[in-house]
Design a protein around this ligand. Structure first.
Ligand code: ZN
Ligand code: ZN
Length: 126
């Protein structure tokens, strides 16, 4: 009778050195102005890994402190006609806001990239 040999189960197969212990990688954000660093484990559990944890954190940080964490530079959209404007951390969201605003109000919206490039979105004739 040969004893069945079960495959040895490695409790923590290390395939990625950035994710020890098999835990999903938790993004971190640092801010030189606050001299702090945060693990976004709470944000990740709320929006999911690969979600917009860093984006959400950066927006919250700016809302409460008036500045963005390190390495985060927003897209800024500003309407030329009304005080409406927003800041976004992704080009797609920024352009979507500009196009939606222009479409509904027929206002001209400036889109300012983090690189300093400017773009203008106007309502297309429909
Ligand atoms: Zn800060
Ligand atoms: Zn407007």
């Amino acid at each position: 009778m040969v004893a069945l040999k079960w495959p040895r189960i490695e409790p923590n197969p290390v395939t990625d050195h950035s994710a020890p212990d098999g835990e999903p990688e938790v993004p971190t954000v640092s801010c030189a102005r606050c001299d702090r660093e945060w693990d976004l484990d709470r944000e990740v559990s709320e929006v999911g890994v690969g979600g917009h944890a860093i984006e959400q954190f950066a927006l919250d940080h700016e809302r409460h402190t008036g500045h963005y964490p390190d390495d985060v530079r927003p897209w800024i959209v500003r309407c030329r006609r009304c005080p409406d404007g927003e800041r976004f951390l992704s080009e797609r969201s920024a352009r979507r806001w500009a196009q939606t605003h222009a479409r509904h109000t027929r206002h001209t919206v400036d889109v300012e990239a983090p690189t300093g490039d400017d773009d203008v979105v106007t309502a297309a004739d429909e």
